[in-house]
Ligand binder design. Structure first.
Ligand SMILES: *Cc1c(COP(=O)(O)O)cnc(C)c1O
Ligand SMILES: [Zn+2]
Length: 415
């Protein structure tokens, strides 16, 4: 436990709990009472100055350890997570007509997604608490990242995924040596089974939302974006949304930098969903509480019919004066090849949904072309080669014949 933690506030009833009074969820509200970690910001302000960051040579998310709620004794043993590149876009910016666009490539994390930020924290917390096993259910990326970091730290992991999880992610989990449970059902089914098993066997629970420390890991993406832009983040930050933990973390990261006096304003956040699974978009359009939605999209990481972190996500968009948007799967596939072709970045469908959402937001005037934007690419395209194949024109095999090669190269316009 970090010495800077003051305690936990319930996102539902607003009650505050000192360390020890609450652990995963609110003792009053039960499972729906997801907690938010609060720090002694005055104390942190004295430590986390711009000079502190300038002199910090730890180029990973662990550079933010004092504001991540973790003990620092094991961080040197962990894999390097975070400090992923923030690329200034030239080609994509031009295609979209944007003056200033940055791409945060979080697919370059150890297991290939933003989930490494949360799983790294989960594994550290599991070790802090003396757990013998860590468990998690996920659409695939939290699962593979949890297996990855547990393997590195020698902690056994039990991982639950829905049967539709893409081959890259499934392969990673087994390869990292975790016990893999492929549930014959959707993400909801995997989540419920894991919940039962976790309470029966007393494993450490890495499930998104339930565990408030997952947002403490996720928020480091914003801390990095701000720092990489010299503490002047862009007007907008665009990210795709499934359970809502990532977008909740993105907002909390910026809000805390603002509280610490390190940035002057919190960027507006655009939350992107797929039209095939858009519970947040529907709720915000109808000004109604969130309702269960279908999970009908090829963007598997955001195919979340019952988001587990609804309040943090809704507040992230509302409090940042951001917006919700959804895009059809065809646009996601187009965005995948657009990003690859213009920037040399290969994102999985859920990750590039952000690019498709940005394009639509520009067309609809939600974001204007003279505003600056950071788009987060949350996962690597190699995780899901089958869907990536739908985004490309499949090449044919060629005879080893110079004439045929000439014809082909002419067709392609390279000679
Ligand atoms: C998990 C995930 C998201 C969405 O994060 P949530 O916390 O579920 O909202 C987006 N993209 C990728 C690649 C992910 O793995
Ligand atoms: Zn509560």
């Amino acid at each position: 436990m970090s010495k800077y933690i003051r305690g936990y506030r319930c996102t539902v009833c607003g009650k505050f709990f000192a360390p020890g009074e609450a652990e995963l969820t609110c003792p009053v509200c039960g499972e729906k009472g997801i907690l938010d970690v609060e720090y002694d910001y005055d104390a942190l302000k004295k430590v986390l100055t711009k000079e502190y960051f300038q002199n910090n040579k730890n180029y990973s998310m662990w550079r933010y350890a004092p504001m991540m709620g973790i003990e620092e004794s094991h961080i040197d043993e962990m894999l390097r997570i975070g400090w992923t590149p923030l690329n200034k876009s030239h080609n994509l910016a031009k295609e979209l007509g944007l003056k200033e666009l940055y791409i945060k490539d979080d697919g370059l994390n150890p297991s290939g997604s933003s989930k490494d930020r949360a799983s790294g924290v989960a594994v550290l917390k599991a070790i802090e608490s003396g757990a013998k096993v860590i468990a998690c259910s996920s659409t695939g990326n939290a699962a593979s990242s949890c297996a990855c970091h547990a393997a590195h730290m020698g902690l056994p992991a039990v991982i639950f995924v829905p049967k539709r999880a893409p081959i890259g992610k499934l392969t990673q989990i087994s390869l990292y040596g975790a016990t893999l449970v492929i549930v014959d059902g959707d993400y909801k089914a995997a989540f419920s089974l894991s919940k039962e098993a976790i309470s029966k066997y007393g494993w450490y629970n890495r499930n998104a939302a339930i565990n408030p420390y997952m947002v403490e890991g996720k928020k480091t993406v914003s801390l990095e974006i701000a720092e990489q832009l010299n503490f002047k983040p862009t007007d907008w930050v665009v990210v795709s949304v499934g359970d809502g933990c990532t977008v909740g973390g993105v907002y909390k990261g910026f809000l805390e930098l603002y509280k610490l006096g390190l940035i002057e304003k919190v960027p507006r956040i655009l939350g992107v969903q797929s039209e095939g699974c858009e519970p947040f978009v529907i709720a915000s359009r109808n000004h109604k509480p969130l309702e269960e939605a279908e999970e009908n999209t090829l963007a598997d990481s955001i195919a979340v019919g019952i988001p587990r972190n609804p309040l943090k996500a809704l507040r992230a968009i509302e409090n940042s004066k951001g917006a919700w948007i959804s895009v059809p799967d065809e646009d996601i596939l187009k965005a995948m090849s657009l990003l690859g072709r213009t920037e040399g970045i290969f994102g999985e469908p859920a990750a590039v949904a952000s690019v498709a959402g940005l394009k639509k937001a520009l067309l609809e005037g939600v974001i204007s072309k003279d505003e600056s934007v950071t788009v987060i690419i949350t996962g690597n395209g190699l995780k899901d080669p089958n869907n990536a194949q739908k985004a490309i024109v499949k090449p044919e095999i060629m005879e080893p014949n110079m004439k045929k090669l000439d014809i082909y190269l002419k067709e392609k316009g390279v000679i």
